[in-house]
Design a protein around this ligand. Structure first.
Ligand code: COA
Ligand code: AMP
Length: 629
């Protein structure tokens, strides 16, 4: 039995011993009394009785260990031309002062702080400062518009919102403050203060009394030491799209998160103290939380914050420049980024200008790595290209090729094997299908440390959304199969969640916005295949009786409405007016049929369809090749 098999087995046979050992890699004020508390199954708790601080483990302890001069954070921003490095000493200085700022504004342990920021060091500093004082941060992705921000503020009810004057998208300055102001006009809940970091590219107007300037506050702030929090106390809330119009606030605890992420850095990513780890994502997504901010710092590595794109900042050689310049050992991004590079530089000509000899691994996630992208990246880079699968809910990989434990043979199209701690099964309803057939991917409880412990403010939602369907298992929402050797192939969502350029969006949420248009009677949003982004949303609307306005004008209004309310990141470019939506006799919209039509694959029309005639109309809109029954 290989090292991977042995470790994985042990993690499932004796999770308490396994994670009890792993927990020794972090510093505790009080060691846990109990490794796994299963007394309230299916709700499990890890490291009960333990007290620690995530910020202490990510920053202070490296300074205490004499590594204060090592670079902790590199900020590389081709969109502003700025490059900046923070040693662990310098990062500590920034973090403990910003913790002082939060304290001076009355933020206490357990209070929430919403962070709505672009990819600048202040976002990382604000997150760590919250962790330092036991406040719960909730980072909102900068690409979300006012309505999305407002939903999250109302749900998390933060004492303080931390934001910046602007973000920069390639060469476009996006002012954040007007978006924040618009969000606060919509919310029922009002935070006491907004702390605004003014960037030179735009100056935000501050509202006297409520809004405060980051730099001014930092001048006066006194340092604040780490507070001991319970391992089971929440570290953060991160909202993610589900099947409904309302995002779910995934709650992550402190202890399990720190232990799991520290374990992952050595065993999955094979990256160790002093080495450079780069996740080209955004702090607003889970990848950014886990692998830009927390994991590399917990492990004492150097992490990279990149404010740019794979292409256009300035060209398709941008990633290679960063890898060379900062000696990146382990690089993590989404396949869509590689497809963007391949489109502009198919022969990888720009790569030859750079020395990539420090790079040892490319990890990809956010969507399945299609074999074509896998082969291209492997051929170009000459290093292992590793597809690994995870979700906001788990916070770290469920399936991966554990490079630090035992590198496994790579099978293109597979996320390799379940990571120790995860007992992955394939189910059809309540039946375990074993190896071979395709089905719903579920994980036998308990989930390992680091995974979600609840949905903010809604225990019932946590149970209903993830645990109710298959007793004793967590339902991932993804479909796929395990092959005869236990390799996992994740084929896509089985619900109405879509993945657009590695960004997770809910079709239900977009539908809610379309339905709010005065002319719309009914609508459906489907995710259709896209060569660059993996999937993009497509809207179909039925107009109210008597509406005679031009369909193209209405379509354009609807596209603009989604951009205004959800944000540009929705990437909704097409909304078509149709006479009716295909439905079953019980009234269920047949999204799968429409998806197949749009993707140009075989259309299987269920016998329960109520209105088959509408398919002809849809075929004209969606694809000329679709077949009607
Ligand atoms: N703030 C404001 N707007 C944002 C934004 C942000 N933080 N992030 C994205 N947007 C905007 C973009 O400017 C774009 O606007 P446009 O329609 O006016 O051009 C829109 O949202 C869609 O963004 P995106 O889907 O990212 O498309 P893109 O064409 O700008 O870039 C890629 C495509 C592939 C280059 C880009 O998605 C990418 O770099 N992906 C790899 C990394 C990654 O995303 N990882 C996340 C998960 S690991
Ligand atoms: P998010 O919560 O934003 O990280 O999105 C999680 C979803 O992205 C998963 O449920 C999958 O649908 C998809 N996903 C992420 N990584 C992969 C992968 N390696 N292979 C297939 N799907 C993936």
């Amino acid at each position: 039995m290989g090292e991977y098999q042995r470790t994985w087995r042990q993690s499932l046979d004796d999770p308490e011993e396994f994670w009890g050992d792993a927990a020794r890699a972090i510093d505790w004020y009080t060691p846990p009394r109990m490794i796994l508390d299963d007394s309230n199954a299916p709700h499990y708790r890890w490291f009960v009785g333990g007290e620690m601080n995530t910020c202490f483990n990510a920053v202070d302890r490296h300074v205490d260990a004499g590594r204060g001069d090592q670079t902790a954070l590199i900020y590389d921003s081709p969109v502003t031309g700025v490059k900046e490095s923070f040693t662990y000493d310098q990062l500590l200085d920034e973090v403990f002062r910003f913790a002082g700022v939060l304290r001076s504004l009355g933020v206490q342990q357990g209070d929430r702080v919403v962070i709505y920021m672009p990819m600048i060091p202040q976002a990382v500093i604000a997150m760590l400062a919250c962790a330092r004082i036991g406040a719960i941060h909730s980072v909102v992705f900068g690409g979300f518009a006012a309505r999305e921000l407002a939903l999250r503020i109302d749900d998390a009810q933060p004492r303080v919102v931390v934001s910046a004057s602007c973000g920069i998208e390639v060469n476009r300055v996006i002012e954040y403050k007007p978006l924040l102001d618009a969000a606060l006009e919509r919310t029922k809940y009002a935070p006491e203060h907004c702390v605004i970091y003014q960037r030179p590219q735009a100056t935000a107007t501050l509202l006297e009394g409520r809004d405060l300037d980051w730099n001014t506050l930092m001048e006066w702030a006194g340092p604040v030491e780490c507070v001991a929090v319970k391992a089971t106390d929440p570290l953060y809330i991160l909202y993610t799209s589900g099947t409904t119009g309302r995002p779910k606030g995934v709650v992550r605890d402190n202890g399990g998160h720190a232990v799991a992420l520290t374990w992952s850095m050595a065993n999955i990513y094979n990256t160790h103290p002093g080495e450079v780890f780069w996740a080209a994502s955004d702090v607003g997504w889970v990848v950014g939380h886990s692998y830009i901010v927390y994991a590399p710092l917990l492990a004492g590595c150097t992490t990279l914050l990149y404010e740019g794109k794979p292409v256009g900042t300035p060209d398709a050689g941008a990633f290679w420049r960063v890898i060379e310049e900062h000696r990146v050992k382990c690089f993590f991004t989404a396949p869509t980024g590689f497809r963007a590079i391949k489109r502009e530089d198919p022969d990888g000509v720009l790569m030859h200008d750079y020395d990539l000899s420090h790079l040892q691994y490319l990890f990809l996630a956010g969507e399945r790595t299609d074999p074509e992208t896998y082969h291209w990246a492997t051929e170009m880079l000459g290093v292992p290209v590793i597809d690994h699968w995870w979700q906001t809910e788990t916070g770290w990989p469920i399936a991966a090729n554990p490079m630090g434990l035992e590198p496994m043979v790579i099978k293109p199209g597979s996320a390799t094997v379940p990571v120790p701690g995860y007992d992955v099964r394939i189910f059809d309803a309540n039946r375990d299908l074993g190896r071979g057939p395709e089905g719903n991917i579920v994980i036998k409880l308990p989930l390992p440390p680091g995974c979600l412990v609840g949905v903010w403010g809604d225990d019932a939602k946590f149970f209903d959304a993830y645990l109710a369907a298959v007793p004793g298992y967590y339902v991932t929402g993804d479909g796929g199969h395990l092959d005869e050797e236990g390799y996992l192939f994740v084929m896509g969502r089985v619900d109405d969640v879509i993945n657009v350029a590695g960004h997770r969006l809910s079709t239900g949420e977009i539908e809610e916005i379309l339905a709010s248009h005065v002319d719309v009677a009914e609508c459906a949003v489907i995710g259709v295949n896209d060569e660059l982004k993996g999937q993009v949303p497509r809207g179909l609307v039925v107009l109210k009786h008597g509406v005679t306005r031009d369909h193209q004008v209405i379509g354009a209004e609807l596209v603009a409405l989604v951009r205004e309310h959800l944000g540009a990141v929705a990437s909704l470019k097409t909304v078509d007016v149709v006479s009716a939506l295909p439905k079953t006799r019980s009234g269920k919209v047949l999204r799968k049929v429409m998806r197949a039509m749009a993707d140009g694959v075989e259309v299987i029309v269920p016998s329960t369809i109520d209105n088959p005639a509408v398919l002809d109309d849809l075929a004209v809109v969606l694809t000329p090749h679709a077949t009607s029954p």
